[in-house]
Design a protein around this ligand. Structure first.
Ligand code: PA5
Length: 448
């Protein structure tokens, strides 16, 4: 069974008693949970959409799997879950030749890099590519601008058949992408109401790309459901739920000056869960001058990078330390090793990972970094689904304890409005004026 290990979670500064006093709010949060579940505000937890998904997705998977390549257009929560799953559960995607188990290749365009997209349009064969455009709002400029370019690219080679090569995942009713799906008869799947991007990995948003790669997407759902079910069936059970325990701890960390939360992943296959978690945590909790900064790190790689700072830098860091059991496998060291290296002889390569995980975990706690160890059973889809649901629920409950709304992201809108104004989109007079003023300001450049 997967578990959380708490024996090193507290220090002289953040004490168990601090966390226990926050845990007294369990009944209040349980009531809120019951209410928000009833109002349909927490679809990521209730997962009521799964039946529809299981009904509708297989046909789209069949459509997508006619092709060798999937080009995914999406950003933020519309891309990070798919990448985490690709790297964790289809590691053959990183093998020489990048062929995937049955020759499928997933390309995720979650940036507006002119070079990368340009290269993909040159290198990918449109005949062999399905483009999947993912946007809950259906209007995100980064994604929609890529959609325009991809549509043109497909049309140029395929004519009217471009429509068979385009799938959209978006709101069921609203938004530009939904209109496109309707007017061109594109294959589409829905992002359920109230399912915000960063909570949507376990919907069609993450699961269609996963299914395309042959990943056991139902296993992901099963794992997630196992973690969510007690909360959904009996919201009062929040008091004993590990996600609530994590939330109380995270809130106490913030109160007692631990403002960086390291997500140190010692299951290398899950390394890209780090950026996924960082977005979930930061966009949900960075509000009103509050929140803790997520710091994704990968074991063992980052032992040789940022770990010195974790251990001996500013004493403001806490750590979620992720491992999975039974990692002691892989190639075995030969017996004819040079002098000084004999201690490795006959050992599996995984013994090194296990020893380094142990060493770093101990070193962190010996440097007084409060640490909770999340130990997964294995690196399977079920475990991956469990981990996602645990962290999503913990994020929402932390937000509730902080008194902020963990489901919105108002601050990031300003930059988007300014970019729109910069591009000349009508309807942004205030931003236009701010831009004009900013451009008129004298710069202080220094050549280098
Ligand atoms: O988590 C979020 O809500 C955001 O990061 C969104 O996923 C991101 O902004 C993309 O939005 P959309 O899916 O509407 O294109």
């Amino acid at each position: 069974m997967a578990y959380l290990e708490w024996s090193k979670a507290y220090t002289a500064r953040v004490r168990h008693s601090h966390v226990l006093s926050l845990a007294k709010r369990a009944r209040e949060l349980g009531d809120r949970l019951a209410e928000e579940l009833d109002l349909g505000l927490l679809p990521f937890l209730r997962m009521g959409y799964v039946e529809t998904l299981k009904r509708d997705m297989p046909a789209l998977v069949d459509q997508a799997r006619k092709y060798k390549h999937m080009l995914l257009l999406g950003i933020g929560g519309s891309a990070l879950g798919a990448r985490a799953m690709q790297k964790a559960f289809a590691p053959d995607q990183d093998l020489p030749g990048h062929g995937g188990e049955d020759g499928k290749e997933l390309w995720i365009a979650d940036n507006v890099c002119p070079v990368t997209l340009g290269n993909w349009f040159v290198e990918l064969d449109p005949e062999q590519t399905v483009v999947v455009t993912i946007s809950k709002s259906g209007g995100t400029i980064e994604t929609i601008s890529q959609y325009f370019l991809a549509k043109t690219w497909l049309k140029k080679s395929l004519g009217d058949a471009w429509k068979d090569h385009m799938i959209v995942i978006t709101d069921q009713e609203k938004g530009f992408l939904r209109e496109e799906a309707r007017s061109h008869g594109l294959g589409s799947l829905e992002v359920p109401d109230n399912l915000g991007g960063r909570y949507s990995a376990l919907s069609a948003v993450g699961l269609l790309p996963a299914a395309f790669l042959g990943i056991d997407w139902e296993g992901l759902l099963e794992g997630a459901c196992a973690v969510a079910r007690p909360l959904v069936d009996n919201p009062a059970s929040i008091k004993d739920h590990p996600s609530f325990a994590l939330a109380c701890w995270a809130k106490a960390l913030e109160e007692y000056g631990y403002h960086d939360l390291i997500f140190f992943c010692y299951e290398p296959l899950f390394a890209t869960y780090g950026p996924w978690f960082a977005q979930l945590w930061a966009e949900s909790l960075g509000k009103e001058g509050l929140g803790t900064q997520p710091v994704p790190a990968t074991g063992v790689t980052d032992q040789h990078s940022v770990n010195q700072m974790f251990l001996d830098g500013l004493r403001n860091k806490a750590c979620l330390f992720v491992t999975s059991k039974n990692r002691i496998g892989g190639p075995t060291f030969p017996h004819d090793l040079p002098a000084g290296w004999e201690f490795l002889a006959g050992k599996p390569f995984g013994a090194l990972l296990e020893a380094e995980a142990m060493g770093t975990r101990m070193a962190l706690t010996m440097h007084d970094v409060p640490l909770v160890h999340i130990c997964l059973d294995d690196a399977s889809e079920r475990s991956g689904g469990r981990l996602m649901m645990l962290l999503e629920a913990a994020t929402v409950f932390t937000g509730w304890l902080m008194g902020i709304n963990p489901l919105d992201q108002p601050a990031v809108e300003l930059g988007k409005r300014l970019a729109n104004a910069r591009l000349g989109k009508p309807g942004y007079p205030q931003e236009e004026a701010s831009l004009k003023a900013a451009l008129a300001e004298e710069e202080q450049r220094q050549d280098f």
